[in-house]
Structure formats: structure tokens, C-alpha cells
Design a protein around this ligand. Structure first.
Ligand code: FES
Length: 248
């Protein structure tokens, strides 16, 4: 379906914020942790249809935002999409982050904040205790920080070079949060560390996984995830999995 682009702006480093106007019935169906398949070129441009899976970052009425990082050709093309143009968006897709429990720790590595922010915001608004641990290489990559501050979400920032917040890795203080349900999204080494620490401390933990996706709806089998129960499709059975289920 064609969605009108409201804005597509640079935030910081290689990160951009894309906001589109969604039909009301689709915006209403969005659950935290879900994603969209977003066409990276405007409908008017004649180019092979390229889609990227992007986590739904935020929602204001019918306006749906995606915080994305430029990695390659597809995301580079997406930065060129202008406000006022139309792009194809398929959403909401995938499962969501379960809201059972009263205390949630969100562990975001880099652009992984894009898949966790909406849950942190919504759970806080529902009266849950929420803390976000947000790790990045250095200060100039902290694109999620202004949003955590704007929505008053409690957070601790870690940078590897110590240029902002605590120096070190986002996983270094996890043992201080044993009373929380953990939800993590980030690079594989970080996810492995979170999974191991959750198992060691016997904490309920979910991982929101990022996979290359061609269709986003379970048809191509291009996004499989190895689990203790066999292979699963990240786009349909995921992207959120119980940590103990996933083989990383
Ligand atoms: Fe096609 Fe998941 S992206 S099955």
C-alpha cells in the first residue's frame, strides 16, 4: 500500500528518521516489537522494487516512524526519498514483545534501539517500570538518545570509547537487573552475551532478531532462525524469540 512520506531526516551519524502517514486501521494494529517492509524508492521512480525490514520505532496518531542506519545500497536509496512522495509499506508484521511482568529492562545495541523504543514508551505509559540500557561505539552514533530524553524514559548510556555516559559495553551491568524481564536488540555478540547472562542469572529474556528479509510474510524462507525447536521464520514466528529458544 502506498504511504505518504511526512519526513525523512538525518538524525546523527549514519542514522535517519523516516515518518510516514499510515491508514488508521493499520496504525491501530501496531504492537511494540513489530516491523514493516519498506520500499526504499518512491513510487514514481522506475527502479526494481527494493524493500527493507525496519522496526516500527514510534507512533503518533497515524504517523509511523522508523529509525534506520545506512548500511548499503538499499538504505542509502531510502535516504533520498523526499517528504510528500509515496512509498510502499507493508505493516504491521511479525510478533510483538510480550507485556507480561511489571519491570522491563530493554538492552539496545546501536541501531537496535529502533526495535525497542516503542515498547519502552508504551510499557512505561502502561505504568510498568522501564529502564533502557543503550550502548554505542561513541557519542556521535547515539541517534536514539533525544527520543529517550523527550519521552522521559529512564536510561543508561554506554559508549565503547567513553565519549558519553559510562565507558564500556551495554552488557556489563546486567547482573544489577535480575528483577526485570529483559528484552534485547542489537548485534550478535551482544545478543549472545545477553542470552548467556540471562541463563546464568535465570532471568526471563527475549531477543528481537534482525535478519535479511525478502518477503516479510513467511513465503520465501529467506529469514530462518535456528532454534531448539527447529528452524523458524524470523518474519512470522519472530522477530521476538525467547532467549533460551534461539541458537546463536
Ligand atoms: Fe520471506 Fe521471512 S522474509 S519468509
Amino acid at each position: 500500500m502506498g504511504y505518504t512520506v511526512v519526513e525523512n531526516r538525518h538524525v546523527t551519524g549514519r542514522d535517519y528518521l523516516l515518518t510516514v502517514e499510515a491508514p488508521e486501521q493499520e496504525a491501530e494494529r501496531v504492537e511494540p516489537g513489530q516491523f514493516a517492509m519498506v520500499q526504499v524508492r518512491s513510487r514514481l521512480q522506475l527502479d526494481p522494487l527494493l524493500r527493507r525490514p525496519l522496526g516500527i520505532f514510534n507512533l503518533e496518531g497515524n504517523r509511523v516512524s522508523f529509525l534506520y542506519r545506512v548500511y548499503g545500497r538499499g538504505t542509502k536509496l531510502l535516504t533520498e526519498v523526499e517528504a510528500g512522495s509515496e512509498i510502499e509499506v507493508l505493516m504491521p508484521l511479525g510478533n510483538s514483545i510480550p507485556q507480561r511482568g511489571e519491570k522491563f529492562l530493554f538492552i539496545a545495541g546501536g541501531i537496535g534501539i529502533g526495535g525497542l523504543f516503542l515498547a519502552a514508551r508504551r510499557f512505561k505509559e502502561a505504568g510498568k517500570e522501564v529502564v533502557v540500557l543503550y550502548g554505542e561505539r561513541s557519542r556521535e552514533n547515539l541517534s536514539g538518545l533525544p527520543f529517550l530524553e523527550e519521552f522521559g524514559i529512564e536510561h543508561v548510556v554506554y559508549t565503547e570509547d567513553g565519549s558519553f555516559g559510562k565507558k564500556g559495553f551495554v552488557t556489563q551491568d546486567l547482573h544489577s537487573y535480575t528483577g526485570f524481564t529483559w528484552v534485547a536488540c542489537g548485534p550478535t555478540p551482544m545478543m549472545k552475551a545477553v542470552k548467556e547472562e540471562a541463563a546464568r542469572l535465570k532471568v526471563e529474556c527475549y531477543l528481537s532478531l534482525d535478519r535479511r528479509m525478502a518477503c516479510g510474510v513467511g513465503a520465501c524462507l529467506g529469514c530462518t532462525v535456528e532454534t531448539v525447536n527447529g528452524y523458524k521464520r524470523c518474519c512470522v514466528e519472530g522477530p521476538v524469540f525467547r532467549a533460551e529458544e534461539v541458537i546463536l
